[in-house]
Design a protein around this ligand. Structure first.
Ligand code: G3H
Ligand code: 13P
Ligand code: NA
Ligand code: ZN
Length: 324
């Protein structure tokens, strides 16, 4: 069943669990993600990033994606996810991640996204609220959920590099919810996008507690979103490097930190990097076939098939490790 993201957020908020939100860049990844959520009997949030829509619209150099590319991509992934969701027993929401402007939001909604993020975090506070408020009006009229962002995460965000993190001010966050009527808000509290998040990152959970307490006090619904939440498993990094990769200085957010963040009031947890790492590891294993990793359970059948039949050239076999 395809649902507005709001329904999934309400359940997470009421029962106080953290709902994962996973980035996808292709129809096969969407299908794999829905299947995994079915295994766990969990609702699903699949998210396509602004530029991922350009890519899924057929734009290989996605950083140069035009609005037409994004419209096409949103339609492509929107119709595929609708089909998967219709046939699935779990609720599925399709969310635009880091929408950069109104046009991108409209493209996503037209393509069938049931939720959009408008990331105005690089704008001054008032301008961010103004843009977000307009998007909320447009989206809510169409039954579409909205996520905003306040505060700047360190690291590469929206292809803008910010060296240090600007934590979200809790009072500003409460005002943001009140004035924009967003359903959820990405906060900056110590996480960071990408595979290099630092060593022993400690999250500023008091920021989350403060916002949630104020919202509760005022009777306002609002879910707090943890971006940059990948754990960056070191065994995956080591395997990528053993297969000819060269990743250095990597570090993620400890699962224990994420768990306490959920207990403090985080309701949605964004993960992209961990999936990118897993896909890269599996593709490298497939093509470089490092003997020490041959026995891996993951995609083992495909690896053995390709190893025993070097004459194969069927892309469906290459997509299997991506789905795994
Ligand atoms: O949080 C943002 C996404 O991880 C960025 O994805 O490089 O496809 O825009 P992208
Ligand atoms: P990671 O880079 O930690 O996976 O974060 C992804 C994210 O925040 C997507 O919006
Ligand atoms: Na941002
Ligand atoms: Zn993000």
């Amino acid at each position: 069943m395809l649902v507005p993201m709001r329904a999934v957020l309400e359940a997470a908020d009421r029962y106080r669990y953290g709902q994962g939100a996973f980035n996808i860049n292709s129809v096969s990844q969407a299908q794999a993600a829905v299947e995994v959520h079915e295994l766990f009997r969990s609702p699903a949030i699949l998210q396509g990033a602004d530029l991922a829509n350009g890519f899924m619209g057929g734009r290989a150099d996605f950083v140069n994606a035009t609005i037409e590319d994004k419209q096409k991509g949103a339609r492509n992934i929107g119709s595929a996810v609708r089909r998967f969701a219709q046939e699935s027993p779990v609720p599925v929401a399709l969310h635009l991640d880091h929408g950069r402007d109104f046009e991108s939001v409209k493209a996503a909604v037209a393509g069938g996204y049931t939720s959009v993020m408008i990331d105005g975090s690089s704008l001054p506070f008032e301008k961010n609220m103004e843009l977000t408020r307009e998007v909320v009006k447009y989206a809510h009229e169409r039954g579409v959920t909205v996520e905003g962002e306040l505060g700047i995460l360190a690291g590469v965000e929206d292809h803008v590099f910010s060296g240090s993190s600007t934590y979200t001010n809790p009072l500003d966050a409460v005002e943001f919810f009140k004035k924009t009527k967003v359903d959820c808000l990405a906060v900056s509290y110590g996480t960071k996008h990408g595979a290099v998040k630092g060593k022993d990152v400690r999250l500023r959970r008091e920021i989350v507690v403060a916002v949630k307490e104020c919202l509760r006090h005022e009777g306002i619904f609002g879910v707090l979103v943890s971006h940059g939440s990948s754990t960056v498993p070191q065994h995956v990094v080591r395997e990528i490097n053993a297969l000819g990769g060269c990743l250095s200085g990597t570090g993620g957010i400890d699962l224990s930190e994420l768990k306490s963040a959920i207990a403090s009031g985080i309701g949605k947890i964004n993960v992209d990097t961990d999936i990118r790492l897993a896909v890269t590891r599996n593709m490298r294993e497939l093509f470089f076939r490092c003997p020490s990793l041959q026995k891996s359970a993951s995609a083992g059948a495909v690896y053995r098939l390709l190893a025993s039949k070097p004459d194969r050239f069927d892309p469906r076999e290459f997509l299997t490790p991506v789905m795994d």
